[in-house]
Design a protein. Structure first.
Length: 59
């Protein structure tokens, strides 16, 4: 299984559909919840990993 990333979303809000807004590299400010990696398993399921540097309140 290959993992793509790290990447961030140029709009600031991650969109799971497609990869048209993906920008290679980590979030420029290393913001929590701002950097991702993606992978697809053998069954075609897509998985996303999200970097969490500090948990958001209530999580």
């Amino acid at each position: 299984m290959e993992v793509s990333g790290p990447f961030r979303d140029e709009t600031g809000a991650f969109h799971h559909v497609g990869d048209s807004h993906r920008v290679p590299g980590v979030h420029p400010e290393r913001a929590g919840y701002g950097t991702f990696a993606a992978s697809k398993d053998l069954d075609g399921n897509e998985w996303f990993l999200q970097v969490v540097t500090e948990r958001a309140p209530g999580r």
